[in-house]
Ligand binder design. Structure first.
Ligand SMILES: NC(=O)c1ccc[n+]([C@@H]2O[C@H](COP(=O)([O-])OP(=O)(O)OC[C@H]3O[C@@H](n4cnc5c(N)ncnc54)[C@H](OP(=O)(O)O)[C@@H]3O)[C@@H](O)[C@H]2O)c1
Length: 304
C-alpha cells in the first residue's frame, strides 16, 4: 500500500511515521521537514495547488494521512487566509483527489469546533459553533471532506502534546526553569492527548475497513482519558517531571481565570469530547493522563 503522510514533521506526523511504515510504503512531506523522524521527508508547501497535484500524481497513494495543519490558534486570528488554506482548502483538495481516484483519506480535527458551553462531553452529533478562526477553518475542512463523497475517517481530538514541537508540556518545562511562580488558567477544561496515543488509535481504526466511510458517519472523537484544567495539567506535568528528576525546583502554580491571561483567540471553556463511539467501535481504551505524560516526559528527558 502506498501511503502519503502530510505534516510529517509535526507532533502527530512524527508519531504516525514509524507506525505507518508497518503497513505500507510511506512518502512523508512537510512544509518544514527539519525535525521530522521520517528519513528523506520531502519539503513541499501543500497550500500550493500545483505542488499538491504533482505530489499526489507522483506518490499515487492508496491512503492519505493528513496530519498537516495550521495549529497556531492565536496567530490564525491575524492570518485567517493562511489558516483557511491549510485547514480547509488543503483537506478539500485531498478529499476531491481521493474521491476521483477512489482512495482513502484520514484527517484530524479539533475540540475547538465547539463553543464550550456544554455541561456534558461533546458527541459527534452535537452542533459545532467555533469561537476562533482556527476552529472555524478546521470545521470547514471537516465539512469539505464529508461532502466530497470520498472514503474518509475524521478524528477530532484535543490538547495534543508530544516530546517535541509546540505544546503545553514543553512550554511548562521551559517556564519552570526560569520562573519560581506561574499563573495558569483554571477555567478551561479539556483532555490532554499524547500524540503517540492518537497515532496508535489511527492505526487501530485503519485495521477496521468499516471506519473509512463515505459521508456523514465517518467522524469519531478521540482524546486520552482524563479531564483537567490547564492549571491541573501544569500540576500533573510538574509532579511527573519532578518524579523523573527533571526539575531543579517545582514552581508554585497559581490558578487564574482566562480574563487574567488575554489571548487573541477565544477558547472553549468546556472542551471535553465524548469518545464512546470510538471506544465501542474499536475496543480501544484511552490511556490515562498520568501514564501517557510519564512516558512522554521520559522521552523528553532521554532526548536531553
Ligand atoms: N496541537 C493541538 O493541541 C491539537 C488539538 C486538537 C486537534 N489538533 C489537530 O491534530 C492534527 C495534528 O496536530 P499537531 O499538533 O501534530 O500539529 P503540528 O505539530 O502543528 O503539525 C502540523 C504540521 O503541518 C505542517 N504544515 C503546516 N502548513 C503546511 C503546508 N502548507 N504544507 C505542508 N505542511 C504544512 C506544519 O509545519 P509548520 O509547523 O512549519 O507550520 C507542521 O509540521 C491537526 O489536524 C490539528 O488541527 C491539534
Amino acid at each position: 500500500m502506498n501511503i502519503l503522510l502530510t505534516g510529517a514533521a509535526g507532533q502527530l506526523g512524527n508519531e504516525l511515521y514509524p507506525m505507518l511504515t508497518g503497513i505500507g510504503d510511506v512518502v512523508a512531506v512537510d512544509v518544514n521537514p527539519a525535525g521530522a523522524r521520517a528519513p528523506g521527508c520531502r519539503q513541499a508547501d501543500l497550500g500550493d495547488a500545483a505542488t499538491l497535484e504533482r505530489l499526489l500524481d507522483e506518490s499515487a497513494p492508496d491512503l492519505i494521512v493528513n496530519a498537516a495543519a495550521y495549529t497556531a490558534v492565536d496567530r490564525a486570528e491575524e492570518d485567517p487566509e493562511l489558516a483557511a488554506l491549510v485547514n480547509a482548502t488543503l483537506p478539500e483538495r485531498l478529499a476531491h483527489w481521493a474521491n476521483r481516484n477512489d482512495r482513502a483519506l484520514v484527517h484530524y480535527s479539533t475540540d475547538y469546533v465547539f463553543n464550550g458551553s456544554s455541561h456534558r462531553p461533546y458527541l459527534e452529533a452535537d452542533t459545532p459553533d467555533p469561537l476562533s478562526v482556527y476552529g472555524a477553518t478546521k470545521l470547514e475542512g471537516e465539512q469539505a471532506i464529508r461532502s466530497s463523497g470520498c472514503r474518509s475517517l475524521i478524528l477530532r481530538t484535543s490538547w495534543v502534546y508530544s516530546s517535541h514541537g509546540h505544546n503545553f508540556v514543553l512550554s511548562m518545562l521551559r517556564l519552570a526553569a526560569t520562573h519560581p511562580r506561574l499563573r495558569i488558567v483554571d477555567d478551561q477544561v479539556g483532555c490532554p492527548t499524547w500524540a503517540h496515543n492518537l497515532a496508535r488509535v489511527t492505526l487501530v481504526c485503519l485495521g477496521q475497513d468499516s471506519m473509512l466511510r463515505r459521508g456523514a458517519s465517518n467522524l469519531y472523537h478521540y482524546s486520552d482519558g482524563d479531564v483537567v484544567s490547564w492549571h491541573g495539567f501544569a500540576l500533573a506535568i510538574f509532579d511527573a517531571a519532578a518524579r523523573l528528576g527533571m526539575l531543579e525546583r517545582i514552581p508554585e502554580v497559581e490558578p487564574i481565570d482566562s480574563s487574567g491571561y488575554p489571548q487573541a483567540a477565544t477558547r472553549p471553556k468546556y472542551s471535553v469530547l465524548d469518545t464512546s463511539r470510538l471506544r465501542e467501535t474499536t475496543g480501544f481504551r484511552p490511556p490515562s493522563l498520568a501514564d501517557s505524560l510519564g512516558q512522554c516526559l521520559k522521552e523528553i528527558s532521554d532526548n536531553d
